[in-house]
Design a protein around this ligand. Sequence first.
Ligand code: AMP
Length: 214
Amino acid sequence: MTQPLVMALTKGRILKETLPLLAAAGIEPLEDVHSSRKLIFETNRPDLRLVILRGSDVPTYVRHGAADVGVVGKDMLLEFGSEGLYEPLDLGISRCRLMTAGFPDAPRSRPRLRVASKFVNLARRHYANKGIQAELIKLYGAMELAPLMNLADEIVDIVDTGNTLRANGMVPLEHIADVSSRLVVNKAAMRTRHSSIDALVKALRGAVEQGVAA
Ligand code: AMP
């Protein structure tokens, strides 16, 4: 029998919003993925297995072919690159914006602006495109703390309602990109497993068009 198709999912908020789309496409994990400590899940379809990863690892698993397909935020693709991946479908879930943010009316007077972010690559590109010299400081969480503690002048972060920024006295400044979760496919698998992947893309596109996630 051929190996099952492996689909890498992003844990957390994206996973919660992905499961209804999978269900509408006829794919159900055999166990509760939220309560189980397992990382690999069989589904009602013997030809499809799920693995649940951090978003930053999904492009790596799919690029190297350890997973054939994946669901990941566009922010991760912008940060880690889409090399070796096709991005055939916008799932329209976990929508948010990548923004720069800082204190209102703070002058950009330093020779090098200090910018804290989880997304140092895309942030560096954004400031370079604007002709601003920026020193990027990599953080792994609570980006809003960096300007408050004078570690950075600005941050680059995900903004949804803007409540987190406001609660910390900051405002969104520049829009970098709109973000939603995407279906990504390993380029080699798209050729070698074309019919299974094509059927999966079509089923998920149908679920997105039905508005299951809304
Ligand atoms: P908010 O206060 O609604 O602007 O949300 C801000 C925080 O929620 C961000 O710092 C993110 O960590 C998180 N967040 C909001 N939307 C998303 C999303 N779609 N995906 C991942 N994290 C998100």
